[in-house]
Design a protein around this ligand. Sequence first.
Ligand code: HEM
Length: 405
Amino acid sequence: MTQSFPVPRSCPFAPPPEYEHLREEAPLVGADLPGGKVWLVTRHAEAQQVLSDTRISTDPAMPGHPMAMLSEFSRSDEEREALAKFHAGQFIDMDPPEHDVYRRMLIPEFSVRRVREMRPGIQEVVDRLIDDMLEQGPSADLVEAFGLAVPSLVICRLLGVPYADRDFFQSRTRTMVSAGNDAPEISMTAAMEIWDYLDGLITEAEREPGDNLVGRLVTARRETGELSHDALVGMTFLLLVAGHETTANMIPLGVLTLLRDPGQLAGLRADPGGWPLAVEELLRYHSIVDWVAFDRVATEDMEIGGQAVRAGEGIFVLGASANRDPRAFERPDELDLRRGARNHVAFGYGVHQCLGQNLARAELEIAYRTLFERIPGLRVVGKDAELPFKYGGAIFGLHALPVAW
Ligand code: HEM
């Protein structure tokens, strides 16, 4: 029997329950989508194999690419035309060697050293938002007041968005991310406005490149002549999209998880040196990016995990299943903040492995640590069953998280 797909989550602290059964059945399982059949990769070893195999493509224009088989992602001609604008520079959808030209230009911007230099700026962003919460408290929606705002303001600093434009930029990114699948036309309008804004930012930098990410991209483009203006706009847009919704969902979800586990939270309070490992484990445990970024298609006939896969067959890697595979992690369903397992695939694997992972780690660590330090009495208002989780969402998280102190 083949599995219908996607399978929604039903518990905020676990992948869809069907995954355990699928993982035991086989490393690759066939699934029925509204538009055809695909392979689901259920185990950790095969997930890494697929994500690093150069014969497997991520390009949505390749025949058999699985995203178009999902009704909610297949597009009308009109939508396709509107989306064409966003195509330039989206190297997450490109294969090597084209992909590498883009990624190479950005690697130094996200190195461990560069992210270390960004930490005081991230701390400032986090502190200001907590100041505002405390001033307006003693209650807040942590998604609105904190989760969505942290990554948006961090990306503003990274791209050099002038102070005067931050409210506009933040409100548009918030709308784009929150409207998401529920109101695609509102989300699309906000995305267009952001694109136009970034277009202006790049044009400005072309006149006078500053000492920031956008300025350095413009200078590199002048020196190598490799990329178009639109490609640079697209690259900055990708950074915004890839870095925003992910981090914005992970912050409140992590806070909720820690508040539900007072023993382990007390351990972190007593030993703040444990935060980096805790962040890693929260990423593995939640795997908020499950299959949605892991859409691939085979370009040749091959064998994966003993299963024949033909050229043109679509593949979804189930990141949330791979991260709970007992072959890779002991007691995989247990949240163990001292586990120290860095082989999780929450940031992917292979050439597309998350470019912003060092930045994401720094944002999460600073956000969690500072929040629990500065608001020691923080508590969630309401029971888990009453909280609005994004059970059917492309990226898992919460629509809102009412907190008080
Ligand atoms: C909790 C936060 C984050 C999570 C869970 C996450 C997860 C991921 C995953 C799973 C991929 C791989 C997609 C694939 O294999 O096709 C990815 C790629 C990417 N991420 Fe992240 N991400 C996070 C934060 C960020 C941040 C903060 C940035 C930058 C500001 C960023 C930028 C990117 C980019 C540019 C790619 C595409 C890389 C490529 O195709 O070479 N991400 N991310």
